[in-house]
Write a protein that binds this ligand. Structure first.
Ligand code: ADP
Length: 371
């Protein structure tokens, strides 16, 4: 653990920190000074300070000052999703009922908390379940984009493996940072690996503490609160592993299924054509065949299949020109044809077993939000 926390005295720093016209928070000043060797090095990177320090006082919010600076830095560097860009609803193919429900249930209340109180209050947490690669993460990002929230994205298995022993601290710090940067959406992938019911007998002390901390922090999430608008979105492909306590904290459970035929058609259309920089000679009939042939493919399977198929024309051009790859112009490439997909489909098969789908549908009937 980090231990020795160096914090500037807010009074000593108060009012200071002005250099030139721009206001430079004392924390940043300190980091700069440290670089010049004048002071002990700040435990924080300038980027972290810029994100977290109050622009008026230059101090870290009260709630963050007591936290381990090392872990705080980790959360900002690894969990805070700043560069990913925004995701629009249209970027998610299919999943229309889920998109509609999420907008009404979560986005509207977070945009206008005054209207959505009492019986209209949003659920404290949302669970997205279904096979991998169907757009659960995209949906989490779209929620965050729509309410201009800070997006935190962490895989629960990294809390139990990558940061063993620090998991509990990571969780506490993560929720504290989210509270400070609210409105925020915390997306936790593979949430079953922390909150599973099964572990309770032989589980390690550390993983039991991690689970307890997670449940405590989830309890404190409230997307409709005035000053701590934090929404937790959990994702899992093993929803049946969650225990009761976890389900209570994510009262809305949404099934995110494999893309339907129309969604697969939309994915094809999005990636092929001049707008996507790929010339295709697929006829409407070819597309129909492809859509049928890809029944059972997930969104990420589709993407992989399309990428593989689009290599076909390049391979042919290279074969014709010998080794001169660098000399091949875009205009030398033939269009992508159905045959490219047929070849690609041999290597790129559906990753989800039909039996799995049956399992999700079962769970959905029992626990899913019907919409
Ligand atoms: P999940 O979180 O459900 O495992 P992701 O949302 O991370 O899946 O999707 C992985 C990738 O697969 C996305 O980045 C995207 O390229 C593609 N993808 C999956 N589902 C969809 C979808 N419904 N619409 C568009 N792209 C999708």
């Amino acid at each position: 653990g980090g231990g020795g926390q160096s914090r500037s005295n807010p009074n000593a720093a108060g009012g200071g920190g002005r250099r030139g016209q721009g206001f430079i928070p004392p924390f940043v000043n300190k980091a700069l000074a440290a670089q010049e060797g004048a002071e002990e090095p700040s435990p924080f990177s300038p980027k972290t300070l810029e994100m977290l320090a109050d622009p008026q006082t230059g101090e870290l919010p009260e709630a963050l000052q007591k936290l381990d600076p090392h872990i705080l830095e980790l959360v900002c560097a690894e969990v805070l999703d700043s560069g990913a860009g925004s995701v629009a609803w249209e970027d998610i193919a299919g999943q229309d009922p889920a998109k509609r429900l999420v907008q009404e249930l979560i986005v509207w209340p977070m945009l206008n908390p005054h209207l959505f109180k009492g019986a209209r209050a949003p659920p404290k947490g949302l669970l997205l379940f279904g096979p991998p690669g169907t757009g659960k993460t995209l949906l989490g990002k779209a929620i965050a984009s729509n309410i201009r929230a800070t997006f935190f994205n962490i895989s629960a298995s990294s809390l139990t493996s990558k940061w063993i022993g620090e998991g509990e601290k990571m969780v506490r710090t993560l929720f504290a940072v989210a509270g400070a940067l609210q409105p925020a959406v915390i997306f936790i992938d593979e949430i079953d690996s922390i909150l599973s019911a099964r572990k309770s007998d032989g589980e390690h002390e550390a993983s039991r503490r991690l689970k307890t901390e997670m449940l405590v922090q989830m309890e404190g999430c409230d997307p409709s609160s005035a000053d701590r608008r934090v929404l937790l979105v959990g994702a899992t492909n093993r929803p049946e592993e969650l225990d009761e306590a976890a389900r209570r904290r994510m009262p809305k459970q949404l099934y995110i299924p494999l893309p339907c035929a129309d969604a697969r058609r939309a994915l094809l259309a999005r990636h092929l054509g001049t707008h996507a920089g790929i010339v295709s000679a697929l006829t409407a009939e070819d597309s129909d065949k492809l859509v049928m042939r890809t029944d059972g493919y997930s969104g990420s399977d589709m993407r992989a299949l399309i990428q593989e198929a689009c290599q076909g024309p390049v391979r042919d051009a290279v074969a014709q020109k010998g080794a001169a790859v660098a000399e091949i112009a875009e205009s030398d490439l033939r269009p992508v044809v159905l045959r490219d997909f047929q070849v690609a489909a041999r290597a790129q098969r559906a990753s989800v077993e039909p039996a799995e789908v049956v399992r999700y549908e079962d769970y959905d009937r029992k626990h899913g939000a019907q919409y």
